[in-house]
Design a binder for this molecule. Sequence first.
Ligand code: HEC
Ligand code: HEC
Length: 316
Amino acid sequence: MLHGGVMQKIVFVFAWAASIAGVYAAEPQHWAYPIVVERPIAPGSDDTGPLQIPGSSRSYTGVQIDDLSNPPDWFPDSHAPAPNVVRAGAGKSVPACGACHLMSGMGHPESSHLAGLPAQYILRQIADFRSGARKEPTRMNGIVKDLTDDDARQAAEWFSALKPLQWTKVVETDTVAVTYLGKGRMRFVAAEGGSEPLGSRIIEVPQDPVNAARRDPRNGFVAYVPPGSIKRGEAIVRSGSRGVMSCVICHGAGLQGIGDAPPIAGISPLYAFRQLHGFQTGARAGVWSSQMLTVVANLSEEEMISIAAYLGTLAP
Ligand code: HEC
Ligand code: HEC
């Protein structure tokens, strides 16, 4: 028998998780929406001493690394001086964009890349997060509430000028290591080992978990995808299928974006899947998202996984 108080807490946590998941994803606990933190600590982030990452002469403590109002800038010479809102946020309610999207603008699979996106596109997403047309209640819907237009514009222009990096290694496999969601909703390989069937999922983990947890802006990810998915995705993206329009018509032959259709080459497969799924469920319904509605209407989850896998293999 569970003690009454413990039971109450468990029920509360489930109710909370289900209420967020209910709005965010079509199905609660969908694998593409990292929501519930299963363990509080990410590898390496609990250390108290001065911490470093390869190639940087700077050092920060674990507390500094996780300060969302002053996150680490490991390679300050690798980018133009960042606006205040990117470096330090604006007041308590607007955390620094650079904390989650990183000072390279490449982000983590649970957030997103911003490097090299057109400034107009970034501003349009901010407007959609603000109006609620694009739903992301765990982070962005709240963050944009008190974001001023001027800060939004400065952040958009700065991220837009960054050159995107090749960020994700895509690996086809039947089985994956057992993983868990750690602090910051990032997925890590479990220290105790073990493996499980991948099934119909994308599992994305950092190439170097310790440095990724330190917000290393140059440390990318590995995305595990089902066997055969890259080729299947390529066929749909290039030629379309069963009423699904080919993506190159709008996103360009290199998928590097044209006009209002943003670049999608080389983006995180987990993120890409979440967006396709979001267009389909209506979680992403901004003015320009309507162009994606006919595209995703007939896609199955397997097809979205394949498309996302293929996009991840491309040069940004
Ligand atoms: C606490 C973490 C966090 C912070 C801080 C943060 N973001 Fe985000 N951002 C996210 C997450 C999570 C997503 C959504 C990913 C999704 O839709 O699945 C996101 C998505 C975005 C997108 C959409 C990208 C795309 O390709 O459509 C934009 C634009 C964006 N953020 C801008 C900003 C700006 C500007 C700031 C600073 C004012 C900021 N973010 C601060 C976590 C964060
Ligand atoms: C008719 C034009 C059109 C076609 C065809 C199209 N797209 Fe899009 N796509 C857009 C537009 C416009 C946006 C921006 C939507 C917005 O602002 O919310 C977009 C956004 C996206 C995004 C979100 C990017 C981000 O950073 O969040 C992804 C992923 C995407 N498209 C993938 C695809 C794929 C895959 C295909 C082919 C199966 C495809 N698109 C076909 C016009 C199109």
